[in-house]
Design a protein around this ligand. Structure first.
Ligand code: NAP
Length: 460
């Protein structure tokens, strides 16, 4: 047999997941000097993962990265097999037999738990559900959010919390020309929410927003952004953190909060978004539905950059019927792949999957949030995937087991045998075109199909 990685014997790689890290891994493989054939498997009929169903609808520029992924998908060495659930429709073991290597890029599909009583009361939602809902993700299409309350609470001060609170703060006019799902726009149009509390367990110097995302709160057409001046007082450790040059983003965030704290609230605006600090949820109260949240005032303890929030015993109660937990995502295990339950990631060494004792698992690699946890922006996944692909290509000799592989052919025969409908990239392009067509008369970049059946019917 010809050497692995040559035109006569290309390296066959299956990538599980079609989000940014999957596409960056595919790009790195295609750009390498090793001849490769890629089969990318995706659970939904639509590719692009969180770029499609996570990035906020009012952030269209962030979605332009899709142009790059489309370029990768246009390579003759790239093949999309969508609408296929790896772990149930086809196993990891089968992919390891049909391909020389498998890269897991399945992201972080669920949320971290708060771990407080009442967390699962009706009215307490995860950010994932809400984000998926307004972005038209089929898994969340039928979720209902009771927006009839005056007060909404968001726990967490990261960019996902920023997205959730901004969507709640905006007017229909600010959203109607985005690709927000129509069902969400209609529900938001009826929203009675007037007061939004975005609650951080630590202080204004530790909030995890990025400056641009926070700045947007100063430009909302019908919502004031409110910060109390007394909350801007810092302890010496936080002051030291903000003096550190490498921590410029936090300094910008803090300065933005200071600017908000000096603003006079505009009484003509119908909503107020409060940024509350040094408070953590202790309990969610309600008979069957959420009625109020019990918060405990915190103080910071520890050295600069290692400060954690400690409860002071002082209690603050906030009456609310709707709360979003936005405290970070978490990966979910896939049968046949090791999983680190405490971290919610696949254990690995620079992208080479290991078992929980640190032994390398042959043929399995990982990249993106499922590799390193849910941190960083979309572009962070590029370097992450390049690292993984470098490891994979470095293992080329080991991946050559002398057994010929049939790649996609095996996948198709397994799926066809099980009567599982699979979608190609050309099929997806038909769905894509239709969505754009349907959105056009409404002045939207697209109207997303939010049911899998709807998507499939386009290509029948
Ligand atoms: P994140 O940035 O890690 O923020 C999580 C927030 O939850 C932090 O404020 C954290 O506080 C808080 N938190 C964690 N556990 C908590 C607990 N038990 N009780 C109370 N608060 C708790 O996570 P994320 O917002 O989900 O974002 C994930 C990644 O996606 C981030 O890298 C983010 O920048 C990125 N993202 C980017 C964009 C964009 O570029 N526009 C949009 C969305 C998401 P501590 O700091 O105290 O831990």
């Amino acid at each position: 047999m010809a050497t692995l990685g040559t035109e006569e014997n290309p390296l066959l790689v299956a990538i599980v997941g079609s989000g940014p890290s999957g596409f960056y891994a595919a790009e790195a493989l295609i750009k390498s000097d090793v001849s490769t054939k890629i089969d990318m498997l995706e659970r939904l009929p639509s590719p692009y993962g969180l770029v499609r169903s996570g990035v906020a609808p009012d952030h269209p520029k962030l979605k332009q990265v899709i142009n790059l992924y489309q370029k990768t998908a246009g390579s003759p060495d790239f093949n999309l097999i969508a609408n296929v659930n790896v772990g149930t429709d086809i196993s990891i073991e089968e992919l390891c037999q049909s391909h020389h290597a498998v890269i897991m890029t399945s992201g972080a599909e669920t949320d971290r738990k708060l771990g407080v009583p009442g967390e699962d009361l009706q009215g307490s939602y995860t950010a994932t559900e809400f984000v998926g809902w307004y972005n038209g993700h089929p898994d969340y299409r039928n979720r209902e959010f009771d927006l009839s309350h005056d007060v909404a609470v968001i726990i967490g001060q990261g960019n996902v919390a920023a997205d959730v609170s901004r969507i709640l703060s905006k007017t229909v006019d600010e959203l109607k020309h985005t690709d927000i799902a129509q069902h969400a726009l209609d529900a938001l149009a009826e929203s009675k929410i007037k007061e939004i509390h975005v609650i951080g367990r630590r202080g204004p110097a530790q909030a995890k927003f990025t400056p641009k995302e926070l700045r947007e709160f100063g430009e909302l057409s019908d919502c004031n952004s409110i910060v109390r001046e007394e909350d801007m007082l810092l302890n010496p450790e936080s002051e030291a953190e903000l003096l550190e040059k490498s921590n410029i983003a936090s300094k910008k965030i803090y300065d933005q909060f200071c600017e908000f704290s000096k603003r006079e609230a505009d009484a003509t605006k119908s909503k107020n978004c409060y940024f509350d600090f040094l408070m953590g949820p202790k309990e969610l109260i309600g008979d069957t539905k959420l009625e109020k949240v019990i918060l405990e005032k915190n103080k910071l303890s520890g050295d600069a950059f290692k400060q954690s929030a400690r409860g002071t015993g002082e209690i603050v109660e906030l009456e609310t019927g709707i709360l979003f937990r936005s405290i970070g995502y978490r990966g979910v295990p896939v049968t046949g792949v090791p999983f680190h339950d405490a971290w919610g990631t696949i254990p690995n060494e620079k992208g080479r999957v290991t078992d929980n004792d640190g032994n390398i698992v042959p043929k399995l690699y990982t990249s993106g949030w499922i590799k390193r946890g849910p941190s960083g922006i979309i572009g962070t996944n590029r370097a992450c995937s390049v690292e993984t692909v470098q490891c994979l290509l470095g293992d080329l000799e080991k991946l050559d087991d002398g057994v010929s592989k049939s790649g996609a052919e095996t996948i198709y025969s397994i799926l066809d045998y099980k009567n599982i409908r699979h979608i190609s990239f050309d099929d997806w392009k038909k769905i894509d075109t239709k969505e754009i067509e349907v959105g056009e008369p409404k002045g939207k970049p697209r109207e997303k199909f939010t049911y899998v059946d709807e998507m499939l019917s386009v290509i029948e």
